[in-house]
Design a protein around this ligand. Structure first.
Ligand SMILES: Cc1ncc(COP(=O)(O)O)c(C=O)c1O
Length: 415
């Protein structure tokens, strides 16, 4: 049984909501935060774990023979084990690398895979709807290795067809494809990609599979390594944890074979003035002082999230997104860009008479936070024939009052 009631009640655990109520003409406007896809808010459990750590246990990790450093190192390594179990029962703590972000994790992968696996005959396959973080590192890898970078496109750009073209995927994932890298859940359209089918295609030709789980980690709990993934990346700041830390989980083969991206303290086994040798395991990719207190926050975020239940959060957010999309469809001049399968937790849209940036500003007058812009996915936004979209995303603390307040504000934005 799950103790936590999702929606308005759980919001009591998030101080940001109380601290951002607005008083307008004597009326209290609640803080309606519908931008969790960019970064989620933090529960008291996470905030307090980080404060406690800094107040009582803070020391640098793996460098001190004294109490606080030993305690910090133990807690830091404990997080590694917790992240491993969070990713699945087949995952070991030694496979977890702490980075700065999903972006850094993908840069380490693209750089390392290019170095070890790619030559001018190789093909990298990704999709035309990725976040820039899963696009630009591969562009750079293709440039450096003078190899092909191919994109699986959308089946169509009409609402009901916003899904990856699997026939094209079959044509692109062939013998010279060395790596396939894609998002599990799209950050703009919120579509859930058919990763099982893509993994199967990739495995048939021996290609590596990299999954960008930045948008899926708070709601999906399958063991993706067991499904055949070779590397998984995500950002704790999108799962109710802190920013400044990222996760890169790799197969043991990749961990052993990929070269580091950053060089310096903590990642070596020997250094002379002539040459240096790298250590093994995750430390090879963790040069420099890591995000220590953030790792403690990440542990707390995972425990908190698992107490809520990822499947429950997914269903909760899907219901609200569905309710929001239904309401939007009744507002004149609104165009929704979503497959609308009922499974999305993100709804992107535009108002044909009010530019996305203006609409986001107008919504802020009603204390409604939504992101507007290209959402770090320019190629996708261009292919949709627009220059910007407004994106609403639903999370553990969202509720139907949020939906109604946001819909009312959108309705009133143009008269
Ligand atoms: C699908 C996806 N990939 C990558 C990123 C980049 O994450 P970060 O900014 O935490 O590096 C994001 C962030 O929005 C994302 O949604």
């Amino acid at each position: 049984m799950f103790a936590k009631v999702l929606g308005a009640q759980i919001r009591n655990e998030f101080p940001i909501f109380k601290n951002n109520e607005k008083k307008v003409n004597g009326q209290i406007l609640p803080f309606v935060y519908l931008d969790s896809a960019v970064s989620s808010q933090k529960p008291t459990a996470v905030i307090q774990a980080m404060v406690r750590h800094m107040e009582s246990d803070y020391g640098s990790v793996h460098r001190g023979a004294y109490g606080v450093s030993i305690r910090s190192s133990q807690q830091f390594e404990e997080t590694r084990s917790i992240v491993a179990s969070f990713l699945g029962s087949t995952v070991r703590a030694e496979q977890i690398v702490f980075t700065k972000s999903t972006t850094e994790s993908l840069n380490i992968l693209a750089n390392g895979i290019a170095e070890v696996y790619l030559d001018e005959k190789s093909r990298i396959v990704t999709t035309a709807i990725e976040h820039h973080a899963n696009l630009i590192p591969w562009q750079q890898a293709a440039l450096r290795k003078d190899c092909e970078l191919a994109y699986i496109s959308l089946e169509g750009i009409n609402s009901e067809k916003l899904k990856l073209n699997l026939i094209e995927a079959k044509k692109l994932i062939t013998a010279n494809t060395k790596v396939v890298s894609l998002a599990y859940v799209g950050n703009v359209l919120g579509q859930i990609n058919p990763i099982e089918e893509i993994i199967e295609l990739a495995k048939k030709v021996g290609a590596l599979v990299v999954l960008d789980c930045a948008q899926s980690m708070s709601t999906h709990s399958e063991d993706l390594f067991a499904l055949g993934a070779d590397a998984i990346v995500f950002s704790p700041h999108k799962i109710y944890g802190p920013s400044g830390i990222g996760v890169l989980a790799m197969s043991e083969k990749l961990l052993a074979e990929l070269p580091p991206l950053l060089f310096g303290g903590g990642m070596i086994s020997s250094v002379t003035l002539e040459e240096s040798l790298w250590t093994t395991g995750p430390a090879k990719f963790e040069a420099g002082t890591p995000a220590i207190t953030e790792a403690i926050g990440l542990k707390s975020a995972i425990l908190w999230l698992e107490e809520c239940g990822r499947k429950r959060i997914q269903e909760h957010a899907q219901n609200l997104a569905h309710q929001f999309a239904e309401g939007l469809q009744k507002i004149p001049n609104i165009e929704i860009f979503s497959p609308l399968t009922g499974k999305e937790t993100i709804i992107p849209f535009r108002h044909k008479k009010v530019h996305a940036h203006d609409l986001a500003t107008i919504l802020d007058y009603s204390n409604v936070a939504m992101r507007a812009g290209h959402h770090c996915a320019w190629p996708l936004i261009r292919s949709l024939g627009v220059d910007a979209l407004v994106r609403s995303s639903f999370a553990v603390y969202s509720d139907s009052d949020d939906v109604e307040i946001a819909l009312e504000a959108i309705k009133n934005s143009y008269k």
